[in-house]
Write a protein that binds this ligand. Structure first.
Ligand code: ARG
Length: 458
């Protein structure tokens, strides 16, 4: 027995393997709500344009609401033979209301239908990502506020570089996440045009009103080219690119948490709520959540590369290859939202270890730049010469297995006779961070300024 939707020109039904490779209902049932929303807008428009009667439109509207409530109640029998969400919904609508159901697909194709469903779904995911990022930013601002004066080592090459504050370090991630949020906002704005009414690919001979359906679905306008409307998935790719970049940021922060929570660093204590133990080693508290956040980019970037690869060679317009767009995006979106939520939870609970951070902040001759700057400021040495003098002082301290501040004034004067006692005032990490008052620098005042700016715009 041939297919209900297109059986007219077929004598036989599909092979079981054909059905297996062709069906998408196993995953595209996640588009049910969007599919029904799109169909409702379409039916209302068909009636408004006198393409179907008001009573048919009303029957369709009520029937679709019943289908939606059945699906939401988990009381819907999805059929693989019906291939996808679009045909499953329409077939059930036919069971419920009979003949008028057959009029819903007037001036429409599954090509513009799936394009509108998926766009609505991805648009929702942009909004979800934006609120997830906003919540994480709020948690980071809390950390930054509590630790605005807390000194810690700043690193380059993962070697001690210059002291910074915990607040400044947290605010660096706030800036990155702020750009991530803006990327999702930009992508959302660009994708917010309606493909509905493009029909199969060429538009339709029916007098439809695409402005009306666009408006009903919250789009800014209808897409201007019907071929483009049914054949591009750049909106999903933009979502995935934004997600990949955000996941990369989360992965870097997660990596820092893994390092910082180790017994060798002890910079932070993870909460019990976001760590795990070991079945054999009783002392263990493992940063599993951070590790999994670090790993999620594998899936998300994988989805991006996968979808680009699917799309890159396709001639216009729709090809069935494009059915492979959805699972990747679903998985990437689930991964991103989970990673954001887990990171928000971890950052809310995280306890920086102020004492360990302060000790580490002074280690590794981290205030050597401050010493060189002092030589420039106080003795008017050219910076290059000051750098050289400071290098010699570092060497001297290192030979004694001591810090710069442990050298005596006499020892310093062996390297440069003009050095005075005042130099010791710049050698503490606290003095170092307090002096970094340039715009965007690590001085607590600057950090508080940035926190206030973010609080105001959150
Ligand atoms: N399940 C299909 C998809 O996900 C819907 C569109 C089918 N269109 C078609 N011409 N076969 O892309």
């Amino acid at each position: 027995d041939s297919n209900k939707m297109w059986g007219g020109r077929f004598a036989a039904g599909p092979d079981a393997i054909m059905e297996a490779i062709n069906a998408s209902i196993g995953f595209d049932q996640r588009l049910a709500a969007q599919d029904i929303e799109g169909s409702r807008a379409h039916a209302a428009m068909l009636a408004a344009c006198d393409i179907i009667t008001d009573s048919d439109a009303e029957a369709i509207r009520e029937g679709l609401l019943t289908v939606l409530s059945e699906i939401e109640a988990g009381d819907f029998n999805f059929s693989t033979a019906l291939e996808d969400i679009h045909m499953n919904v329409e077939a059930r609508l036919k069971d419920l209301i009979g003949t008028p159901a057959g009029r819903l697909h007037t001036a429409r194709s599954r090509n513009d239908q799936v394009a509108v469903d998926f766009r609505l779904w991805v648009r929702d995911q942009c909004d979800a990502a934006i609120s997830g990022i906003t919540a994480l930013i709020a948690a980071l601002l809390g950390q930054a506020e509590r630790g605005a004066d807390m000194v810690m080592p700043g690193f380059t090459h993962l070697q001690s570089a210059q002291p910074v504050t915990w607040g400044h370090h947290m605010m660096a991630y706030v800036e990155m996440l702020g750009r991530d949020r803006a990327r999702f906002q930009d992508a959302r704005t660009r994708m917010n045009e309606s493909p509905l009414g493009a029909a199969a690919l060429a538009g339709t001979s029916f007098p439809i009103d695409r402005e009306m359906t666009a408006k009903a679905l919250g789009f800014d306008r209808p897409m201007a080219n019907s071929l483009d409307a049914v054949s591009d998935r750049d909106f999903a790719l933009e979502y995935l690119s934004s997600a990949t970049i955000c996941a990369m940021h989360l992965s870097r922060l997660a990596e820092e948490l893994v390092i910082w929570s180790s017994a060798q660093f002890r910079f932070v204590a993870l909460s019990d709520r976001f760590s795990t133990g070991s079945s054999i080693m009783p002392q263990k508290k493992n940063p599993d959540a951070a590790e999994l956040i670090r790993a999620k980019i594998g899936r998300i970037l994988g989805a991006q590369v996968g979808l680009l690869t699917v799309m890159k060679g396709l001639p216009l317009t729709y090809s069935k290859d494009m059915q492979e767009d959805k699972e990747k995006v679903f998985d990437a979106a689930d991964s991103l939202m989970l990673a954001l939520a887990a990171m928000e939870g971890m950052m809310g609970d995280l306890k920086p270890n102020a004492k360990v951070l302060a000790e580490a902040a002074g280690a590794g001759f981290a205030t050597a730049t401050d010493l060189a700057d002092w030589l420039v400021r106080t003795l008017n040495l050219p910076f290059r010469e000051a750098h050289h003098v400071t290098g010699a002082l570092v060497k001297k301290a290192e030979d004694k297995d001591a810090d710069l501040a442990d050298l005596s004034l006499a020892e310093m004067q062996e390297v440069n006779a003009d050095i005075t006692q005042d130099v010791f005032s710049v050698l503490t990490p606290q003095a170092s961070v307090a002096s970094r008052t340039s715009y965007g620098g690590t001085a607590p005042g600057q950090v508080h300024t940035q926190i206030a700016r973010w609080r105001a715009k959150l």
